[in-house]
Design a protein around this ligand. Structure first.
Ligand SMILES: Nc1ncnc2c1ncn2[C@@H]1O[C@H](COP(=O)(O)OP(=O)(O)OP(=O)(O)O)[C@@H](O)[C@H]1O
Length: 479
C-alpha cells in the first residue's frame, strides 16, 4: 500500500489522516483520490470496509480548502445512521479548515434543518427523501452551485427496493448543476452500472478492486443447516457460546422484518443477553440511542433489519449472524461486511433452512467462494429447544398485545400519503390485484392440471400401443 502522502493532498490533511491512524492509502484511495483531484467523475467499487468513505472525503476536503464556499458538496446516502457516520469523517478530517457540515435526514426536525441549510454549510449529507422534501418546500437554500455530488452506496440509491429513492433522486438531480463532479461508491456497483453511468456523465474514472472473491479474506464465512423450528435455539446457543469464549466480542444479528427483529430482541433479553434492536419502525431517537449503546459496547448484541446492513463501521463487531438467509447475494455481501473491516478478522454465520439452499448457491456463485459448515453440538441445542420455543411464543403473545402491528399499518398509510397516494384507494387496488393474482393462479393450476392429464393420457396411449405391438409380435412369433 502506498503512503498517504502519495495521494496528492495537502500536509494539513495528511496530518489529520495520521491522527486517525490512516498512514497508508488503501487501493481504492490510492486509485480514486488522484483521479478525483484531477477533476474527473469517479465510480469506485471496492470491498466492504476498504476505506471508500475517505476515498471521497479526502479529495473533496482538499478542493474545498482551495476554494471554500457553501454549499460545496452534497452527499447522498440511503440510511440516516450512515449519514451521521459520513458526517463524522468529514468533521474529523476537516477540522483544521473549520468545516461546516449539515445532516438532512428523516425523523428529525425539519424547521431546524431548513435553518441550518440556509446558513450555507460546506457539506450537506442527506438521505434522499428528506432532502427532496426540503427542495420541494423551501427556497432558503440552493444546491445549484455545488461542485461535488456523491452517491454513497450508489447502487442502493438507484434500486427500487422497499424504500424507493428514484422519485426523490429525480428531484435532487434536477436541482444540482449539470457541471459538477459526480462520485459514486459502493461494494456492489456492477448491477446498476449503466444507470450510474448516466448520472456520472463525463466518462467517469471507473475503478474496481481486482479480486476473484467479492468478500474480504479476513472473513470466515460459515453456515449452519437448521430446521426452521429450531433456528432460535441455535441462535441462543451460538450467542451463549461466543459470550462464554470471548469477553469483548460484539455481534450483529440480521433478520428480515421489523417484527422479527423486535421479537428476537425480546427473546434474547429474556435469556439475559445484552441486546438492542434497530429497525425502521423505531423512532429516530430510539434508533440513534440503540446504535450508540451498541457502538460503545454497553450492549454487545445488535439485532437489526437491513437498515443496518450497509456502510455501518463498528470495529468491535467480530460476528455477523444471518438469522435468515438473504434473498439477494448483494444483501449478503453488505451484511457480512459489517465485520472483518479494515484488515481485522471476523466471522459470519448464516442460518440456512432446507428451503434456502438455492439462495446459498446463488450467494456462493456471486462471491466466488464456498461457505463452510459451522460445527454445532446439537445435543446442547436440544437441551434448550423447548425453553427457547416456549419463550418465543410468550414474546409473540406479548408483542401482539402491544400496538406493534397497528403502528406498522399506520406507518404504511403515512408513507402512502407522503408519496401522494390515497391509502383507501391503494387498499382497494391491492385487494383487486390479489383477486386477479388468485384467478391467475387458479387458471395456471387448471392449465397445469389439464396438461398433466393430457401428458398422462399420452403416456397411457403410448404404453397401450407398445403393449399391442408386443402382443402382435408375440402372436407372429407363435405362428
Ligand atoms: N487508509 C486507511 N488505513 C487504515 N484505516 C482506514 C484507511 N481508510 C479508512 N480506514 C478505516 O477503515 C474503516 C472502514 O472504512 P469505510 O467505512 O470507509 O469502509 P467502506 O469501504 O466504505 O465500507 P462499506 O462498503 O461497508 O461501506 C473505517 O474505520 C476507516 O476509518
Amino acid at each position: 500500500m502506498a503512503d498517504i502522502t502519495s495521494l496528492g493532498i495537502s500536509e494539513w490533511l495528511v496530518a489529520q489522516c495520521r491522527q486517525m491512524g490512516i498512514n497508508k492509502a488503501t487501493p481504492v484511495q490510492e486509485n480514486c483520490v488522484p483521479a478525483i483531484l484531477q477533476g474527473r467523475d469517479c465510480m469506485g467499487c471496492a470491498k466492504t470496509g476498504s476505506g471508500k468513505t475517505a476515498a471521497f472525503v479526502l479529495p473533496i476536503l482538499q478542493k474545498l480548502s482551495e476554494d471554500p464556499y457553501g454549499i460545496f458538496c452534497l452527499v447522498l446516502t440511503p440510511t440516516r445512521e450512515l449519514a451521521y457516520q459520513i458526517a463524522e469523517q468529514f468533521r474529523v478530517l476537516g477540522r483544521p479548515i473549520g468545516l461546516k457540515d449539515c445532516i438532512i435526514v428523516g425523523g428529525m426536525d425539519m424547521v431546524a434543518q431548513a435553518l441550518e441549510l440556509s446558513r450555507k454549510p460546506h457539506v450537506v449529507i442527506a438521505t434522499p427523501g428528506r432532502l427532496a422534501d426540503h427542495i420541494r418546500s423551501s427556497s432558503t437554500f440552493s444546491i445549484k452551485n455545488i461542485r461535488f455530488l456523491v452517491l454513497d452506496e450508489a447502487d442502493r440509491l438507484l434500486e427500487q427496493g422497499c424504500t424507493d429513492f428514484t422519485k426523490d433522486l429525480e428531484v435532487i438531480l434536477g436541482a444540482v448543476p449539470a457541471k459538477r463532479q459526480t462520485l459514486l461508491f459502493s461494494a456492489t456497483l456492477t448491477d446498476t452500472l449503466q444507470e450510474l453511468k448516466t448520472i456520472a456523465m463525463n466518462q467517469p474514472f471507473f475503478w474496481e478492486s481486482q479480486s476473484e472473491v467479492r468478500t474480504v479474506e479476513e472473513l470466515d464465512q460459515r453456515f449452519i443447516l437448521v430446521p426452521e423450528k429450531v433456528k432460535d435455539a441455535y441462535l441462543v446457543h451460538l450467542i451463549q457460546t461466543f459470550q462464554d469464549e470471548h469477553e469483548d466480542w460484539s455481534i450483529i444479528i440480521f433478520t428480515h422484518t421489523c417484527k422479527s427483529c423486535q421479537i428476537l430482541n425480546m427473546l434474547l433479553r429474556e435469556f439475559n443477553f445484552p441486546s438492542v434492536a434497530l429497525h425502521s419502525m423505531m423512532k429516530q431517537k430510539e434508533r440513534f440511542a440503540a446504535l450508540a449503546k451498541f457502538k460503545s459496547s454497553i450492549f454487545k448484541i445488535l439485532i437489526a433489519t437491513d437498515v443496518a446492513s450497509r456502510g455501518l463501521d463498528i470495529p468491535t463487531v467480530q460476528v455477523v449472524i444471518n438469522h435468515n438467509t438473504p434473498g439477494l447475494p448483494k444483501i449478503y455481501i453488505h451484511r457480512v461486511g459489517r465485520t472483518a473491516r479494515a484488515g481485522r478478522n471476523g466471522i459470519s454465520i448464516t442460518l440456512v433452512t432446507q428451503y434456502d439452499i438455492h439462495l446459498v448457491t446463488a450467494i456462493e456463485n456471486q462471491i466466488n467462494s464456498k461457505l463452510k459448515e459451522f460445527p454445532v453440538k446439537e445435543a446442547e441445542v436440544l437441551k434448550i429447544l423447548t425453553q427457547v420455543n416456549v419463550t418465543r411464543r410468550e414474546c409473540e403473545i406479548k408483542l401482539e398485545s402491544t400496538d406493534f402491528d397497528e403502528k406498522k399499518e399506520i406507518n404504511k398509510r403515512k408513507q402512502m400519503i407522503l408519496e401522494g397516494k390515497d391509502p383507501e384507494l391503494e387498499e382497494k387496488r391491492k385487494a383487486e390485484l390479489e383477486k386477479i393474482r388468485k384467478k391467475k393462479k387458479q387458471f395456471k393450476e387448471k392449465i397445469q392440471q389439464s396438461l398433466e392429464r393430457k401428458e398422462a393420457s399420452k403416456v397411457q396411449r403410448r404404453i397401450k400401443k407398445k403393449k399391442r405391438r408386443q402382443e402382435r409380435q408375440a402372436a407372429t412369433k407363435q405362428q
